[in-house]
Design a protein around this ligand. Structure first.
Ligand SMILES: [Zn+2]
Ligand SMILES: [Zn+2]
Length: 418
């Protein structure tokens, strides 16, 4: 619901065993999780006494400030139910939370499954949008789009690739770009333009000029990120603290330069690290906080970097929540760039944790507890049908059509639109 505005809340029993007794008076207790603005004492609970109208309980509520509200429902001194409400400022209320993973590999590089299989598997675990990003290959992502082009699915499937510039160790994800960056490396233009960037003043660091050894790879990164933007994509600086055997895969001098000048669009804050590597995510989060403390704005994403969705590793462990007006690519990219996203770590048998700006993390934790379990169930049904469809059972298209719009319908029911 919107903060600072009166909103009518409806408690609607959907099953007979929880139906309200029309003659019973019910008590609603309301508590703000953060208390009342400007008051240091414990927040006073508000109490309302209500009788059901047409089977529902309805009451007006106004919440000052963005926060969670706890609602207890009682009848004759017995607690019947507990609900959670969340009040949002206008900018966040106008957006909807969407889950996405856009760094994943298929059998066309070093992953296991085909693009169509991986795509259906993404819907099964609750993704609203995704992109396949094979190493140096763009076409697998197009194959995923092609596989479902005639199927009525709500999952939004976008193009992507992991970009590996020659003689540059930095990994870059091109999410959503309308053409391949990897395919441009064969041209003479690439080297000429990178040399021109390397020679420019822009990449001089404080206290002197850049070391010759870092000049080319840094310029190469700048070139890649510019090309991705030209393609209408989001350029992601991948796994900066990936420890490959005996050293960080990317020399820290180069990582420092990328953090300092920020040629990228978004940072892979939470990357696809196996359990023995999660320390790298800890370092990325610590570095992010240090850079933020210097006053930098850093758009963040979380991605699984999965190399097989049935292997039990990485797939579904890490993802992004984008707070976006829609699932259209330009909206998603703009929302991430405008700092409306968090990176999520959801390791097996552990509580999910969101990372990013405080305000969004607080909201994301509420969503993961209260809303996404419902959302994910709808996705699971669709994902199963998508898998059957991809396996050749074309008659599943009719079932998919019947299920279309369910997540949107859930959001419509839960958001208290005026
Ligand atoms: Zn990589
Ligand atoms: Zn990768």
């Amino acid at each position: 619901m919107r903060a600072a505005r009166e909103t009518w809340i409806t408690i609607h029993p959907r099953f007979s065993h929880v139906a309200f007794d029309p003659e019973q008076v019910y008590e609603i207790s309301l508590s703000p999780a953060e208390g009342v603005r400007g008051q240091m004492g414990a927040a006073k609970e508000e109490h309302l006494l209500l009788k059901p109208e047409n089977g529902d309980l309805r009451f007006p509520l106004q919440i000052e400030g963005e926060q969670e509200y706890v609602v207890f429902l009682q009848a004759a001194d017995r607690r019947i139910a507990e609900f959670r409400l969340y009040a949002l400022e206008e900018d966040l209320f106008a957006r909807r939370p969407y889950k996405g993973d856009f760094h994943m590999h298929t059998c066309y590089s070093d992953g296991k499954e085909s693009p169509a299989y991986l795509t259906a598997a993404c819907r099964k675990i609750g993704m609203d949008f995704m992109a396949i990003t094979d190493h140096a290959r763009y076409y697998p992502s197009l194959e995923a789009i092609e596989a479902f082009k005639d199927a009525p699915v709500d999952l939004r499937i976008y193009p992507g690739e992991e970009v590996h510039p020659p003689n540059n160790r930095v990994h870059i994800v091109n999410f959503g770009g309308s053409f391949s960056i990897n395919e441009l490396f064969h041209s003479d233009q690439y080297l000429a333009e990178v040399r021109a960037i390397a020679a420019s003043q822009e990449i001089r660091v404080e206290g002197g000029s850049l070391d010759e050894s870092a000049r080319y790879p840094y310029a190469s990164c700048v070139w890649c990120f510019e090309k991705i933007r030209e393609a209408g994509g989001l350029g992601i600086f991948c796994h900066p603290y990936w420890y490959s055997g005996r050293a960080y895969d990317v020399p820290v001098a180069l990582t420092d330069l990328l953090f300092e000048h920020q040629p990228y669009d978004a940072l892979e804050l939470i990357g696809g690290y196996h359990l023995h590597e999660v320390e790298s995510n800890t370092l990325q989060v610590a570095r992010y906080h240090d850079e933020r403390a210097k006053g930098k704005s850093i758009p963040v994403v979380g991605v699984s970097d999965s190399h097989g969705c049935e292997a039990g590793n990485l797939f579904g462990w890490y993802y992004t929540i984008a707070f976006s007006p829609s699932l259209d690519l330009p909206d998603l990219i703009a929302s991430i760039k405008d700092l409306y996203s968090v990176a999520v770590e959801a390791l097996p048998n552990e509580a999910a944790r969101a990372y990013g700006p405080f305000r969004l993390v607080r909201y994301a934790q509420f969503l993961m507890r209260e809303i996404f379990p419902l959302h994910d169930e709808y996705c699971l049904e669709e994902g199963r049908l998508m898998l059957a469809y991809a396996a050749g059972e074309r008659e599943c298209a009719a079932d998919l059509r019947r299920l279309q719009g369910r997540v949107a319908g859930l959001y419509k029911r839960l958001w208290a639109e005026a």
